[in-house]
Ligand binder design. Structure first.
Ligand SMILES: Cc1ncc(COP(=O)(O)O)c(C=O)c1O
Length: 485
């Protein structure tokens, strides 16, 4: 293993794409119908106490849950206890937690050394005062000394806010407007960045309620395709507009679901320098998970701006931030007094003492406990075990990981080709997506019934709390599902 990092061996990206190509080219291989019916029947009984709560919630909460991650098929489950690697629901069922609140809890849920500090803080300061607390300095100092591309750090309320701030600073600093993102990447839900979500080529497909003008300067390049990016940069230069920034998830779109070649980020850095665009790393998922120096430390590539979220507040609320060179970050402090133009950011509860302290102690513990490495080892064990199961049951599925970010593609839903220019092909693709998405939901339900919580039935985050025993127990659960295919 490269010291300090979660990734022992970089995945064979070409092989992953090849196998996923084959998965997508063939019909789905779901759990046998009668077995799935048994799972769904059992689901009603196992989660009997959750169902009425969700029914009630549907009256008051749009869709019944407040967060996409909580959408479980056939109905969401009410969880009321989390500890280490385990989640417990209202009926007292224990599950292995591979959702990890969407990524933040790399130490395991409710990590005692952080919780104690937070309880102390609550007893003394309370969660917020609106005034400066020393933890703001402590977390900023930690991040600036550990993340190569960060000289200064501004804490914000979410990853979405971090991405908004990043493109605002980039536009102000370069005087240009165009932002290029990779098709399929998620950078939060701001007006400018709800563009080409999940599937490359989908442009404004999901941008309902967003005026066209808001995404006028957002463009997409095809992920892991350096020539596609160069074409966009060249075109922007030829038109005389240039490019303010290229924003990427350094492991690949959708948290590495579409992984990038090992040298891809270096190539992007070179292109950005050549075309005078800033490089923004969206490290909302990867910072303090791939390593304490982030994915940028792992790849040895220094972005101009870095967006933070998730682990940056250790699973406590208000997780977001922006970091970068002093020169760029000073745009956030400029204003009337300095005579410089200011990139406006804000947030009543941004950098409150609770978020700052939770983030600070989480980062300290991650470093002290070598949490990224341990979580990465768990991810390797899980992925290797899944690959063996896939082989032994002769299934077309694809398991791969980037350390503690693990992917189990059973449908390849996010790899179906959408081409807005060939609009007549879209209905057929959408129909196929619907079928494959439903299979993913059913897989999620089957895993849940075997005591495993995943992210949408296809992604799993591992944590330091995932011992060999936990991973082996999970693999037994996956085996029971695969036996029914
Ligand atoms: C890569 C990436 N960027 C940005 C975001 C948005 O972060 P938040 O949900 O904190 O707004 C996410 C959320 O999942 C993400 O995965």
């Amino acid at each position: 293993m490269e010291p300090g990092f979660a990734i022992k061996q970089y995945p064979d990206v070409a092989e992953i794409y090849d196998r996923i190509g084959k998965l997508v080219a063939q019909p789905i291989r779901p759990v046998r119908r009668e077995e799935m019916e048994k799972y769904l029947e059992g689901f009603q009984k196992k989660y009997a106490s959750s169902k009425p709560v969700i029914e009630q919630a549907k009256k008051y909460i749009p869709g019944g849950v407040q967060h996409n991650l909580a959408f479980n098929y056939p109905f969401p489950i009410v969880f009321d206890r989390a500890e280490g690697a385990s989640l417990y629901d209202k009926d007292g069922n224990r599950h292995i937690d591979f959702l990890q609140a969407g990524g933040p809890t790399i130490l395991g849920s409710n990590y005692p050394a952080v919780k104690e500090r937070i309880l102390h803080l609550i007893n003394t300061t309370g969660p917020s005062t609106g005034l400066f607390h020393e933890y703001e300095l402590k977390i900023a100092e930690f991040i600036c000394t550990h993340i190569p591309g960060v000289d200064m750090f501004r804490m914000l309320g979410s990853g979405t806010e971090g991405c908004m701030a990043a493109i605002r600073v980039a536009r102000l600093a370069t005087g240009k407007k165009n932002i290029i993102k990779m098709g399929g990447a998620y950078h939060g839900w701001s007006d400018s960045l709800v563009y080409a979500l999940r599937l490359p080529g989908t442009a404004g497909f999901d941008a309902h309620g967003i005026p066209r003008a808001s995404r006028k300067y957002t463009q997409e390049a095809f992920p892991n395709d350096i020539r596609s990016l160069e074409r966009k940069l060249r075109m922007n230069r030829l038109k005389g507009q240039g490019t303010a920034a290229v924003i990427v998830e350094p492991m690949g779109t959708e948290s590495g679901t579409r992984p990038v070649d090992r040298d891809h980020n270096k190539q992007i850095r070179e292109l950005c320098d050549r075309y005078g665009a800033l490089l923004i790393f969206d490290e909302v998922v990867t910072a303090f998970r791939i390593g304490i120096s982030g994915a940028q430390g792992y790849f040895g590539v220094k972005p101009d701006l870095t967006v933070f979220g998730k682990v940056v507040a250790g699973g406590y609320p208000a997780a977001g931030g922006l970091g970068g060179s002093r020169e760029l970050m000073e745009y956030l402090a400029a204003g009337l007094q300095t005579g410089k133009k200011r990139a406006m950011v804000g947030g009543t509860l941004a950098a409150n003492p609770l978020s700052s302290a939770a983030g600070y102690y989480t980062l300290v513990e991650i470093e002290k406990q070598s949490a990224c490495e341990k979580a990465g080892e768990a991810g390797d064990r899980l992925t290797k075990g899944l690959q063996e199961l896939i082989r032994s049951f002769d299934l077309p599925f694809v398991a791969y990981n980037q350390g503690s970010i693990c992917h189990l593609e059973t449908t390849g839903t996010m790899f179906l080709p959408i081409n807005m220019k060939k609009f007549w092909t879209i209905p057929a693709v959408l129909k196929e997506i619907k079928v494959r998405k439903h299979m993913m939901e059913e897989m999620g339900a089957a895993y849940m019934m075997e005591g495993i919580v995943t992210l949408a039935g296809s992604r799993m985050y591992t944590s330091m709390a995932d011992t060999n025993e936990v991973i082996d127990e999970a693999l037994e659960g996956f085996e029971r599902v695969f036996r029914k295919m």
